[in-house]
Ligand binder design. Structure first.
Ligand SMILES: Cc1cc2nc3c(=O)[nH]c(=O)nc-3n(C[C@H](O)[C@H](O)[C@H](O)COP(=O)(O)OP(=O)(O)OC[C@H]3O[C@@H](n4cnc5c(N)ncnc54)[C@H](O)[C@@H]3O)c2cc1C
Length: 390
């Protein structure tokens, strides 16, 4: 089976690929400077992405976005995954999951400036005691007149250092919806919002992952997303989307690694021959390419099915399968690429070393591999294999 692309999709993929090829030469500088690039360079990348229609790529036209199909978004994200150090994150995504419930006020205050690239958001869901088990969160919200009062501590809040506002998930402590989840827009400069710690992670990104504390934070009722009790459904919609995009980026990363490792193997000599002549090296590349093709087909096919209006539960299971397989595939490919590069593959200036560290989190965030298997197994028991794999 192969997936054919329309002329428009082919063009979009090539445009993104050409743009990402402009980012790749900046990887090592970012790696050696805590993920940062000179501000004029970073701004240039952002402006260029905007000019090419590669910002807020998931936002529908109704919210001021480009209205790309899921297939088009997957093709774009696949290419953005080819560059390390999160330089590809300049190809941005916004909170598209909010489309059905966003109010005029929220649209003007937060969403439109986000789509225009003027401000950025971050997500505070995970806590020290609750990651996979999101329902275990201890953060609270209670109604007090025209306000909600929010309390809690959150971990791993990605891009918090660059964000103007945070989506804060909590459980209601009182009222008719006590115990149910709620989600709020919270401006980062609201009194009571603080950064507790900026931990170091395995990758070298300009986007930091804060530990945050929310103490007696008062937000007006209009900051509530949707209605009381809706909180979890938004998280599920976001997880579903982001899992497919992780799969796409992992495919891009694997393709880059295969290209780079192949080029090195064709050049490097040992014992009087190119190492590409040795079957041990050829087999690592052959396995990598085969697995990449499988992951790419899963990703594209899932995207096509979403565009065709597939049942939501089937979408959910397929996004999990694509994320599970593609993230584990990319980690295997990165491991083999390090091996092919030999000692060079252990140097931070080498793409294989950086991807070897960076891709590891794709088996953890937006649901660990174990959680993806639980979702897939649950759907398999309920529906049988047919509807899930077509
Ligand atoms: C770099 C980074 C950025 C992140 N960004 C954000 C962010 O922006 N916002 C946010 O809210 N969160 C963020 N996260 C959190 C991320 O989503 C969680 O780390 C992830 O969901 C796993 O939760 P946990 O770390 O608490 O692990 P745990 O849930 O404690 O899991 C630990 C281990 O137990 C396994 N496990 C758990 N339950 C089961 C089960 N039922 N069956 C079998 N095995 C199980 C897991 O698979 C894992 O192997 C980020 C994490 C990282 C590392």
């Amino acid at each position: 089976m192969s997936i054919s692309l329309s002329d428009r999709e082919t063009r979009l993929r090539q445009t993104t690929r050409d743009f990402v090829d402009e980012l790749i030469p900046w990887e090592v500088e970012a790696e050696m400077n805590h993920g940062e690039l000179p501000s004029d360079v970073a701004k240039g990348h952002h402006d260029r992405a905007a000019e090419l229609g590669l910002t807020s790529i998931n936002m529908p036209e109704s919210m001021g976005g480009p209205g790309y199909t899921m297939m088009e978004q997957s093709l774009i994200q696949e290419q953005s995954g080819r560059v390390t150090n999160a330089l590809g994150w300049v190809v941005s995504t916004g909170p598209s999951w909010i489309e059905d419930v966003v109010t005029d006020h929220q649209m003007e205050r937060w969403i439109r400036p986000t789509v225009d690239g003027d401000i950025h958001e971050c997500y505070a869901i995970t806590e020290e005691g609750a990651g996979s088990d999101v329902d275990g969160i201890a953060a609270t919200a209670r109604r007090d007149g025209d306000n909600y009062v929010l309390d809690g501590e959150k971990w791993h809040v990605t891009s918090a250092n660059l964000a103007a506002y945070v989506f804060f998930q909590a459980k209601l402590t009182e009222g008719p919806n006590a115990g149910r989840h709620v989600l709020f827009f919270v401006d980062m400069d609201t009194p009571g919002v603080e950064c507790v710690r900026v931990p170091e992670y395995a990758h070298t990104y300009a986007h930091h992952h804060w530990e945050m504390r929310f103490t007696d934070v008062r937000v007006p009722l209009e900051n509530l997303v949707g209605t009381e009790g809706d909180g979890m459904s938004f998280s599920h919609a976001w997880f579903r989307y982001e899992r497919l995009m992780i799969a796409a980026r992992c495919c891009g990363a694997a393709e880059r690694l295969i290209e780079e490792a192949s080029a090195f193997a064709n050049d490097r000599e040992a014992y009087g021959s190119k190492i590409a002549d040795y079957q041990a090296i050829q087999f690592m590349l052959a396995d990598s390419l085969t697995e990449l093709w499988a992951a790419r087909l899963m990703t594209y096919e899932t995207a096509r099915a979403i565009d065709a209006g597939a049942d939501l539960k089937i979408q959910h299971a397929r996004c999990s399968m694509a994320k599970l397989y593609a993230s584990e595939m990319a980690n295997r490919v990165a491991d083999r690429a390090v091996q092919i590069f030999g000692g060079r593959g252990f140097m931070r200036e080498n793409v294989a070393e950086r991807f070897y560290r960076e891709l590891r989190v794709d088996r953890v965030w937006e649901g660990t591999s174990e959680i993806q298997r639980i979702i897939i197994a649950d759907q398999l028991r309920k529906r049988g294999p047919g509807p899930l794999i077509g």
